[in-house]
Design a protein around this ligand. Structure first.
Ligand code: ATP
Ligand code: MG
Length: 373
């Protein structure tokens, strides 16, 4: 596509586009179809925006801001009715059809071969035949999600939950009403809808929902403007924050500092907003402490026993080609892995994957050997 036309579609000047091409826009020629992707957010264009050779632009999914003190955040952010949905814990994909092929695009703007195979299995092509400009925004979740494995959902493999819709070449998403309507119409599984609440009375209802989700190991909620007039916000369960901490402290040197700090800070705000008494605070403190200390101690012991620190995940694929492509996809994303021989099962293959966590391995070994922090 020529520079002027693409710049018009992105609503920026051709000069600006040219300078972005030198800085944040990268080419990805594999797997097909070829695309240009935004590596970072720039000029109001979200990271992960993908531009295909045929001119289709799939804008990146917008960031969702987080409430720490929920009651005032609701009041400040929304004005009328809010729709409360479950926040699914997996990875974000945008599923669409380009030149007649259904593909799943990751947050970073890559086509993921594994997510694509799962999307093709779960979503009937009919939805794209009827709506060729449609982009389904959803979360891939389950124990066989190799990025975020979670066994808290009713699936043994990896499932797709729709949470929003977009149109090609449009930045805006269509919001909860149209999403749930379309999900119903085409039999696509959507995120759980807890209901619509007037903003003034939503707080106690959401706290109840969060407490219940927390007990069930689920992540939290996304709160949306029922009329889709302002952007959604997110709010999560303490148990889920702690499980994140637990996973991250196991691989403490491979996570950014902010991952730990932001989760610890959330706990402080929630404890105060929920007016916890001493006993409840002690319980929370114990939960946080355990999720820090136990995985750390485990990692140190493991390394002292001469074992490598790794993460085991698995995928289930219909074709060996998908497994091979996924291996390549992880490698190009900078993730180092060892793929086991695929094990044939009912209707495809199970592939066990060992993810190497290099920094934690090296750092822990060095510290055990007496190096300084
Ligand atoms: P962000 O997307 O806010 O930049 P992040 O990438 O760290 O942050 P999360 O903290 O998981 O992601 O929160 C936002 C993400 O939650 C969305 O990008 C989406 O993938 C996921 N999500 C899960 N359930 C929903 C839902 N019901 N509505 C909207 N997003 C949801
Ligand atoms: Mg998430």
């Amino acid at each position: 596509m020529n520079l002027q036309r693409l710049a018009d579609k992105l609503r920026i000047t051709p000069e600006r586009l040219q300078s972005l091409q030198e800085t944040v826009i990268r080419e990805s020629s594999w797997p097909e179809p070829r695309l240009l992707r935004f590596d970072k957010t720039a000029s109001g264009i979200e990271a992960g925006t993908a531009i295909f050779d045929n001119g289709d632009i799939i804008f990146g999914y917008p960031k969702i801001r987080r409430a720490l003190m929920l009651r005032p955040a609701l009041k400040k952010h929304f004005s009328d009715w809010v729709t409360v949905e479950e926040k699914m814990n997996g990875h974000n994909v945008r599923v669409t059809s380009v030149d007649g092929d259904v593909i799943a695009i990751t947050r970073g703007g890559f086509i993921c071969p594994y997510s694509t195979e799962v999307a093709r299995r779960l979503i009937s092509e009919e939805v794209f035949l009827d709506n060729p400009k449609l982009v389904l925004c959803g979360e891939m979740v389950g124990p066989e999600n190799p990025y975020v494995p979670k066994d808290i959902y009713p699936t043994e493999s990896m499932d797709f939950y729709l949470f929003d819709l977009a149109q090609k070449n449009c930045r805006e998403t269509l919001g909860p009403r149209r999403t749930h309507q379309l999900a119903e119409e085409y039999g696509i599984r959507a995120t759980r809808l807890f209901g619509e609440f007037p903003v003034d009375s939503a707080y106690p209802a959401i706290v109840e929902i969060i407490k219940d989700l927390g007990k069930r190991g689920r992540e939290g909620v996304v709160i949306k403007d029922s009329e889709n007039l302002v952007s959604p916000i997110k709010y999560t369960c303490s148990e889920s924050n702690c499980r994140d901490l637990e996973a991250a402290f196991q691989y403490y040197s491979d996570y950014a500092l902010d991952f730990f700090v932001s989760r610890a800070v959330r706990e402080g705000f929630q404890s105060v907003e929920w007016q916890e008494d001493e006993e409840e605070q002690q319980k929370r403190a114990q939960r946080i402490g355990q999720s820090i200390l136990l995985p750390l101690a485990e990692t140190v012991k493991k390394k002292m026993d001469g074992e490598p620190i790794t993460q085991q995940v698995q995928i289930r694929v219909k074709s060996l080609q998908t497994a091979r492509e996924f291996e390549y996809h992880l490698r190009r994303s900078g993730i180092r892995t060892i793929f086991d021989q695929p094990e044939p099962d009912d209707d495809g293959y199970l592939v066990r994957i060992t993810k190497l966590v290099m920094s934690t391995n090296d750092k822990t070994q060095a510290l055990i050997d007496g190096e300084m922090w």
